[in-house]
Design a protein around this ligand. Structure first.
Ligand SMILES: [Mn+2]
Length: 288
């Protein structure tokens, strides 16, 4: 097995500037990554889109393309690692990984990302990918790469959350998604909550995908994200979470998203991103 790292410098899901420079800034910070990362280019969006689904056309095209690329890696038994860009790209990677597979999904994020075109206030698609993965929302998202839901509701775990829209929170409850907040993790400790989450998954899953949004980490140490939310996790906790999940030997793919160099301070966030990539490279090989 080898790791294939892809750069997905998408910004349209967050509809803010800065994310388009994510991969450039990362490889400037760690020049050794330059030859390792294959960038999946984002075209310029010049089409009109509805207010509740901003840039839907370019995002759904991109996710379909990324899904094909990621699926090819899975078929070759490689480990795809997608670096964002905004979190909408995870719809592409999860769609690619989950084709013909029953996967478990860890969505490690300050937010629920469980809005649909009906519940959203902002219209930003990076707040919708997890709902789309569960088969909800606009068809262009819910039917990405292949039609229907990508992961069974009971195999989706939200971890480290603390910031939801009202209707989004309702939708998460209605769909019985296991949601473990950052406050619960602080109270219980990482080991207990991640173990609880692992026990919640089907025992016969074909693999686990981890989608790590850097905004799960406290913004005082990880400010370079698009939508910062206070009272986040310590970086140490994120490392522990990854080590415990990888130790199952079931992790087959991962995303690390939302690094926005425009909001970074003193290279804190790019350093965390770089360290996390190095950790994932070690863990993926150790537990293959
Ligand atoms: Mn997210």
């Amino acid at each position: 097995m080898s790791i294939s790292i892809f750069g997905a410098p998408m910004k349209y899901g967050a509809d803010v500037d800065g994310l388009e420079d994510s991969i450039n800034s990362l490889v400037k910070y760690n020049k050794k990554l330059k030859d390792k990362i294959k960038v999946v280019e984002v075209k310029k969006d010049d089409k009109k889109s509805p207010r509740n689904l901003k840039h839907i056309g370019i995002i759904s095209d991109y996710c379909n393309k990324l899904a094909r690329i990621v699926n090819k890696e899975i078929e070759h038994s490689n480990f795809p690692l997608v670096i964002g860009g905004d979190h909408s790209v995870a719809l592409g990677s999860v769609s690619g990984v989950s084709k013909k597979k029953n996967i478990g999904l860890f969505w490690i994020d300050a937010h629920g990302d469980f809005n649909t075109d009906k519940t959203t206030y902002s219209g930003h698609v990076h707040g919708m990918p997890l709902a789309a993965i569960a088969g909800l929302g606009d068809n262009r998202l819910a039917n990405c790469y292949y039609s229907g839901s990508k992961v069974k509701n009971n195999n989706i775990i939200l971890l480290g959350t603390r910031d939801f829209d009202d209707k989004e929170a309702e939708l998460i409850q209605q769909n019985n998604i296991l949601n473990i907040s950052s406050r619960e993790i602080e109270k219980d400790g990482v080991i207990k909550d991640v173990q609880l989450a692992l026990n919640h998954l089907d025992s016969n899953i074909d693999g686990i995908h981890i989608s790590l949004d850097l905004d799960v980490i406290d913004p005082s140490i990880c400010p370079g994200v698009s939508v910062a939310a206070p009272k986040g996790l310590k970086y140490d906790d994120v490392e522990k979470i990854l080590k415990i999940i990888f130790a199952t030997g079931k992790v087959i793919s991962m995303d690390i998203v939302e690094y926005n160099p425009k909001n970074d301070i003193d290279y804190q966030t790019v350093d965390i991103l770089n360290r996390t990539i190095e950790l994932v490279e070690r863990l993926a090989i150790k537990f293959e």
